[in-house]
Design a protein around this ligand. Sequence first.
Ligand SMILES: [Zn+2]
Length: 247
Amino acid sequence: MQGFYSKLDSSSSSSPLLGMGVGGEGARVPLSLAVEAEKAQALLQTFSSASLLASAGLGMFCVVADHVLQLSAVQHHLWLRAALDNATHGLVGLWSWAVVIGLRKRSDLYEVLLAGLLASLIDLDHFYMAGSLSLKAAVSLPQRPPLHCSSLIPVICLTLRFLMWMGRLKDAWCSLPWMLFISMTTHHIRDAVRHGLWLCPFGNTAPIPYWLYVSTTTTLPHLCSVLMYLTGTRDVISTKHGVAIDV
Ligand SMILES: [Zn+2]
């Protein structure tokens, strides 16, 4: 991830935000100071009241959605239960990524929709493993399907990051591995309430307590933001989203 930071740091002439570096009295500030100010502002946004309120709302949404799924009208209809359960996975992934990046412009909306879609599509591996489009077969597998192996999350995300580095994809794509991390992790933690976490090849943990699922889901976007900040991805995103520098 360091490569993104280095690229940002050395490309001031191509970035009007970084190139300006103008202070309150119109005095020019050193570029390094402007970059540091932008990074600090990006990190502060992670813990802004709006961001914390959004993640608290996410926790409440999880509880309400699970109550709806427990209704007997839902429990007795296999397709309805599966559709609502999968939609909840998608909305939790979408909401989590919205907390990470904030919604400021139209392209942010596309990003959060993609995060939600990825969180939902993970369950397609049930059908792959069943070798059938039968929902009954897909939900009664003898073992967990491949995309539900939690050990794969760091492997897939780091491999994607490496491939992007090899392909020299531009900064606009820098957040993709983190988006995938959020989509997969929120899905796995939610499934872990019933099935535990599958840490292949070591086996399954016990089902996790419900409070742990809700608290992990609400804190994960903030943890992700901090990790993105520490790895230099966060300031690239904030530049992409046009955070103004006001030092
Ligand atoms: Zn699942």
